[in-house]
Unconditional design. Structure first.
Length: 188
């Protein structure tokens, strides 16, 4: 399979996952290259030893994280949707520590890999609701209170501001060239 065919098949997979479960796969297509740069803008990767990516999908952000991270940086990738696992394994192999579990179990994943501290969490998770949202938010807040940098994006800032009003988030930047445009928010 050519590189172009692989990219096309990943886009089809992304679309199928959106149709199958739009609350788990928040977009019809993967984020753009410009979006991957926007979510990581301002991060000093020389000070980052452990990165966690939540909800990487087909790995668009993962690719940019690997490109910017130091070779010794540990990159933990947590993906709940099983259909993305083989794509992530094929693309990134041993460069990532891939786990098929829920984001709120992050501490357990880190323990499994002997990691105590996280320097950066990048989230591609959709809007979560109810008990799972509360668990994921608490997990993220626990890490940010320890100094972890947290970055996530939204297509709908007014909704996001209401949903995350209890968290000390701030707008980091906006990426108009993504389809749809998105806003990057974060803590620390």
């Amino acid at each position: 399979m050519s590189n172009q065919e692989k990219v096309q098949s990943e886009k089809v997979l992304f679309f199928k996952n959106f149709i199958k479960n739009p609350t788990r796969n928040a977009s019809v297509i993967p984020s753009s290259k410009a979006a991957t740069k926007a979510i990581l803008k301002g991060i000093d990767f020389d000070k980052v030893d452990v990165i966690v990516e939540l909800g990487p999908g087909s790995g668009v952000f993962t690719k940019e994280i690997i490109a910017q991270a130091n070779p010794s940086t540990k990159i933990v990738v947590i993906e709940l949707e099983e259909s993305y696992l083989s794509v992530l394994e094929r693309k990134f192999g041993d460069r990532i520590l891939l786990e098929n579990t829920s984001a709120h179990l992050l501490r357990d994943v880190l323990d499994k890999h002997g990691l105590e501290k996280v320097d950066l969490i990048v989230s591609g998770l959709p809007f979560l609701k109810g008990e799972i949202k509360e668990k994921v938010d608490r997990t993220i807040m626990d890490f940010t209170e320890e100094g972890t940098i947290y970055r996530f994006f939204t297509y709908m800032p007014p909704i996001m501001k209401r949903v995350y009003k209890s968290m000390p988030i701030e707008k980091k930047n906006m990426e108009p060239w993504n389809m749809p445009p998105f806003w990057v928010y974060g803590i620390n």
